[in-house]
Design a protein around this ligand. Structure first.
Ligand code: C2O
Ligand code: CU
Ligand code: CU
Length: 507
């Protein structure tokens, strides 16, 4: 058994050093960077934070014996607080961004991979020039400069490559990282923070006998047989008997998880992709599709000191999994219990109602299906670098309802049993509300296995659309005109073409 355990302590230590390393000047500048006024997203002048991110091949000791060849992001803070980037110890994952709403960020991306790449800031509301659209991909030896203001509220976001046709393999090789945003509203809430704020990036990978990654996807996507948390197998974390915030992220290419505590204890969900919920939710299971994030509030004092509990993924009929498997183990330290209270409500930053939608009576529809040539398509079309169809043009400022339909009506439909697939649909550049799910009774079984774990409340950038399901979402195209994309976040489906442009046009 691999012994690559306990990295939380390492993470903390790292945070500590980062704090100590701050010179008084940096601390001063960190304070003056705080923006409390409404955000002016016009990008002028010098950035508050400037970093360099380099993507390049490397190695990582994941198992005893041979180290594993990976691709990774390495980061360097050129300007601003030194803890704007925090490395996860013993991990191939990229550094964790740690920034505040309102900050002007400049990122120098250097591509030292043997192929094209570009970085997408998943979940962030940024101008299209900073969104990492595949048309912006740069070749080996080239760089791309991102300049944008952080306009999103506090929450758990992430970043990963987005070159057309190669996103799946590049993420699989190790290119991904968390992007944490903080704001004053969140800071006023007294939520668990610092050492009690723990990232949990969940990925599955397939390794050969030499400990090397094998990338060999099917039409269903790439599935591994080994779970990694924060880049490590058999992950164990120690917790004191108090409250923690766990930021769960599904960084897998295709796997959907049905998360639960092995003893059946309920889970308290406090946040989704777009930040805190209006109020905490209590669930026995959580369905986490690729690219989705969930923040949990966990009181580890409810378990006995010295005990170990496990977060598991339960069997669900959707994918190839019959049995439950462990995501990570939590060891409860023998510390005195320090009780914390879970707030009953969180500030709700924004209201969006279906009545505001310009197309409330006639929503845009997007059929998700397998088309000719065994390719995954949206409304019968695969990705084209610049093509935008009539159904894909929206007006700046408009509120709209979009309906994703996964009825299996195409060539790969009901007749081809194995090809009914769930599709985690993601829209760039914004956060949306999930309005409604309608399910076809023929597909109740796979649906029922996961539906109790759906967290449809709050703000999202990715929604799971099960076979036989119609899901409608509500959003507003604010601030930026330009070319964005929407796609299935099963990365192999995306690379096969299940992605399209949408254009926000000035009205
Ligand atoms: Cu997480 Cu288009 O991406
Ligand atoms: Cu995205
Ligand atoms: Cu899909």
């Amino acid at each position: 058994m691999a012994k690559n355990t306990i990295s939380r302590r390492g993470f903390l230590r790292l945070l500590g050093y980062a704090g100590i390393a701050l010179s008084s000047q940096q601390i001063l500048s960190a304070c003056s960077n705080r923006v409390n006024q409404p955000i002016d997203y016009e990008i002028t002048g010098e950035p508050d934070i400037e970093v360099r991110l380099t993507a390049k091949p490397g190695t990582q000791q994941i198992f005893p014996g041979n180290s594993t060849n990976v691709w990774r992001y390495t980061g360097e803070v050129l300007k601003g607080p030194s803890d704007s980037l925090i490395s996860l110890p013993d991990s191939f994952l990229g550094p964790v961004f740690n920034v505040k709403t309102g900050a002007h960020l400049r990122v120098h991306f250097e591509n030292q991979l043997p192929e094209k790449s570009i970085i997408h800031w998943h979940g962030l509301h940024v101008p299209d020039s900073a969104d990492g659209h595949p048309r912006l991909a740069v070749e080996n030896g080239e760089n791309y400069i991102y300049d944008f203001r952080i306009m999103d509220r506090a929450g758990t976001y992430w970043y990963h490559p987005h070159p057309h046709g190669r996103t799946g393999p590049q993420v699989y090789q190790g290119l991904a990282g968390l992007f944490l945003i903080h704001d004053d509203e969140e800071a006023s809430l007294d939520l668990p923070s610092n050492e009690q704020d723990v990232p949990i990036v969940i990925q599955d990978r397939y390794f050969d006998k030499e400990n090397q990654l094998v990338y060999d996807p099917s039409m269903m996507g790439m599935f591994g047989n080994q779970i990694l948390v924060n880049g490590q197998p058999d992950y164990e974390i120690e917790f004191d008997r108090t409250a923690y915030r766990l930021r769960l992220m599904n960084g897998s290419n295709a796997r959907i998880y049905k998360l639960a505590w092995n003893d059946g204890s309920p889970m308290h969900v406090i946040g989704t992709e777009g930040g805190l919920l209006e109020k905490p939710l209590k669930r026995d299971t959580i369905t986490l599709a690729p690219a989705q994030r969930i923040d949990l509030w966990v009181d580890f004092g409810m378990w006995d000191p010295g005990s170990t509990i496990r977060m598991v993924s339960l069997s669900a009929l959707t994918q190839d999994v019959e049995e439950e498997f462990t995501i990570f183990s939590a060891r409860i330290n023998d510390t005195e219990y320090s009780a914390q209270t879970l707030p009953e409500t969180f500030p709700n930053h924004k209201v969006l109602s279906p009545a505001q939608a310009v197309n409330a009576d006639d929503p845009r529809t997007f059929e998700l299906e397998m088309g000719p040539g065994m390719r995954w398509m949206i409304n019968g079309q695969v990705f084209d670098m610049t093509d935008v169809s009539k159904n894909e043009k929206v007006k700046l400022g408009d509120v709209e309802i979009w309906e994703f339909i996964n009825q299996g009506t195409g060539m790969g439909g009901m007749g081809m049993g194995g090809m009914l697939q769930p599709h985690p649909m993601h829209i760039h550049g914004l956060q949306f509300k999930i309005l409604e799910r309608q399910v076809d009774p023929r597909n109740q079984d796979s649906y029922n296995g996961l539906k109790d774990g759906f967290i449809d409340e709050g703000w999202h950038d990715t929604v799971l659309v099960m076979p036989g399901e119609k899901v409608s979402v509500l959003m507003q195209f604010e601030d930026f005109a330009g070319l964005y994309i929407y796609h299935c976040h099963n990365l192999e489906h995306e690379d096969m073409g299940m992605m399209r442009n949408y254009r926000v046009e000035n009205s």
